[in-house]
Design a protein around this ligand. Structure first.
Ligand code: PHE
Length: 453
């Protein structure tokens, strides 16, 4: 029966379309904005190594599980989980996993959109030639002027959310496929150009050492949690984004191969972004742990110094906005699909409602950088708290539950039918990882951190 289910929201035109869309979801601010600054705050090398290990042994198996559940359920994550739980003779309360994902998606998008707004602002600043010949002091000043102005931040946040909701309202497939097909490779090429600059003009070896020479003295339970959280965030796992994209996947596509392709592309982009940024950081005496402003303070220096920098810089920020855009869409898609399925709303109405809600929560992030910058909750600003709560707690819990459902609660026959991997070595490896390594790994990281608190 599962074999004939189709999605009421449509299907990707091909297997490649799914790979592109999932890559579009995965590659975003998480790779280019967040990875470098979190790696910087957590001491570099050892963090990066743990992050890559988390991608390989926790991320890929969970991604396969998530795609598998999505393709079998063919609905919004909430209804997919309810349907599959019923089929497998499990509690309907598994729908709550979908709800947690919807909530995580809202919370993430609320700050994601504010940061994407920074990238939008930088498109115009770079295009105007503001950074020509810029020094480190100057780029720091420009950044601080932007984030200290709530009105500007709200304007950019609003614009980005409108862009996102327009695409969501029209349905994912159409715009997304073409956007990802052409823009992702463009972004990649520009990142390579920046790496070229970093090699020629920056302290490349120092950057390389910082990123890849692990200093295990710097590893604390907190660093491991951050690395795991970053893996979940960057791969878009644990909240249903990949599950809903899986629900539009044609039946004949190989889940294993597509998941590995998406995870590899995502990790490669993050590492290359790190290679572009840290040599510049060291060359100009900036701090690797500068925080969320890191790329906005370093890359403009590079663009300001290189020939044709205003042009390449503008193009870079445009592509960064596109990368953020294709991720943002996947953050609301589970909620929108549910509103359409269960409430009978049109996509347009659903997108408007979700957009307004997200906009409102996003104000908290806007004010974290100015009006509320002195307020702390659990030692964090509102933005930091949201980011921490979603990446390091909600997404890993979501992933853990997905692994338990796919590894322990579904009948093996159903899993095999959907993964179409027979009894191959790959299948057995996946099953082992999803049943033992993933739950134990995520569980241990949590326990360690709790002990420390
Ligand atoms: N993976 C996206 C990025 O790296 C963010 C994201 C997280 C998207 C969770 C969807 C779900 O920018």
């Amino acid at each position: 029966m599962a074999g004939v289910r189709t999605s009421i929201h449509g299907e990707w035109s091909s297997k490649l379309a799914f790979v592109l869309a999932a890559t579009g979801s995965a590659v975003g601010l998480g790779n280019i904005w967040k990875f470098p600054y979190v790696a910087g705050q957590n001491g570099g090398g050892a963090f990066v190594l743990i992050y890559v290990a988390c991608v390989a042994i926790i991320g890929v198996p969970i991604m396969m599980a998530e795609v598998m559940l999505g393709r079998r359920g063919r609905q919004s994550p909430i209804n997919t989980m309810r349907t599959l739980a019923a089929e497998e003779g499990r509690s309907p309360r598994w729908g709550l996993l979908g709800w947690m994902g919807v909530l995580a998606g809202f919370l993430i998008l609320s700050f994601y959109s504010v940061i994407a707004g920074w990238a939008l602002a930088y498109v115009f600043r770079t295009a105007a030639g503001l950074f020509d010949g810029a020094t480190a002091d100057f780029t720091a000043q420009v950044f601080s002027n932007l984030i200290s102005d709530p009105e500007k931040l709200i304007a950019w946040h609003t614009l980005f959310l409108i862009m996102t909701m327009v695409v969501v309202a029209r349905g994912v497939a159409a715009g997304l496929e073409t956007a990802v097909r052409f823009l992702m490779p463009g972004l990649f090429v520009l990142l390579l150009l920046l790496v070229g600059y970093a090699m020629a003009e920056g302290q490349f070896v120092h950057g390389l050492q910082f990123l890849f020479a692990p200093d295990f003295g710097k590893v604390t339970p907190e660093v491991i949690l951050m690395a795991m959280g970053q893996a979940f965030f960057s791969l878009s796992l644990g909240m249903g984004a990949i599950m809903i994209y899986g629900s539009y996947l044609p039946h004949d596509a190989s889940i294993a191969r597509t998941s590995i392709a998406v995870a590899s592309a995502d990790t490669l982009v993050a590492l290359i972004a790190g290679l572009a940024i840290f040599p510049v950081v060291f060359e100009y005496g900036l701090q690797p742990n500068a925080g969320p402003g890191l790329i906005f303070q370093t890359l403009p220096i590079a663009f300001g110094q290189m020939p044709g920098g205003a042009f390449f810089g503008t193009l870079f920020f445009i592509l960064l906005v596109f990368a953020a855009w294709t991720s943002a869409i996947s953050l609301v898609e589970p909620a929108v699909a549910w509103l359409v399925e269960n409430r009978g709303h049109t996509r347009v109405y659903a997108a408007v409602v979700c957009g307004m809600l997200t906009w409102f929560v996003g104000l908290g992030t806007v004010f974290s950088f100015n009006l509320w910058s002195d307020y702390r909750l659990f030692g964090r600003t509102f933005f930091d708290l949201l980011d921490y709560l979603t990446s390091n707690i909600m997404l890993p819990i979501g992933g853990l539950l997905i692994a338990i459902f796919a590894g322990w609660l579904m009948k093996e026959r159903s899993v095999k039918e959907e993964l179409k991997m027979d009894d191959s070595l790959g299948y057995r490896l996946w099953r082992f990882l999803v049943r033992y390594i993933t739950p134990v790994g995520v569980g241990l990281v949590f326990l360690n951190v709790i002990e420390v608190i």
